[in-house]
Design a protein around this ligand. Sequence first.
Ligand SMILES: [Zn+2]
Ligand SMILES: [Zn+2]
Length: 249
Amino acid sequence: MLRLKSADPLRRVYQSLLELLYPRGSHCLCCGHPRLADTTDCLCDACREEIRRLRVPAEACDRCLMPVRKGHPCAFCQSPLMKPIQAVYAPYRYGGAVRQLIHAFKFGACDEARPLLSHAMAESLKDRDFDCLVPVPLHPRRERERGCNQALLLCRDLSAQTGIPVRELLRRDTYRRPQSRLPLRKRQANVSGAFSCRESPTDLRVLLVDDVRTSGSTACACAKALKQAGAKSVSLCVCAVVYRKKPSN
Ligand SMILES: [Zn+2]
Ligand SMILES: [Zn+2]
């Protein structure tokens, strides 16, 4: 394939030709590769196969979905990050085509990518019952920058599929640096105490919803706020969990 700089007029001609040959909607959502076949499908064969390989493996920990060595207790479950969280549900490990699909959902092809993610999330719940779906909130300033809270969009999709109502019980009180720009070891301090409840969650079995669990610090801070305000239990549902060698405490 031709490799041209974005400002190069030749590249613009090349792009226009591609658009003519492969109309919008026939590009793979993940890798952007043009495809001739079936424009109702958003992924190319290679990306669909990669996403299938990135399913959380059956041998992962039942509760937190981290890899565990047979016969050994799960290290991540023993870390303080899992203390307020009953269980984690997610279809995928973060990486490769899954990372690209989540990126497409957050930064551009939201309407096309979201159903693929939310459908897989709903399947990962396996008929578990909760009283409400609660999106991890963004600070209002960040929400204005982003245009919307993607966690809320995932909640609405999940609600349509499961019948569980969405309740925006949490509020983000302080404007902090985005977690993605911080090293893992600083993330817990960055979000600690950043959330509070705007309505009482007393006796509710809450399912927190977010796009990705990276260090687990954000979900932990949200779950702590909900539990302290009286929630009966807090579980977490995300599109993907990040696998690392050691839990970050
Ligand atoms: Zn692809
Ligand atoms: Zn575990």
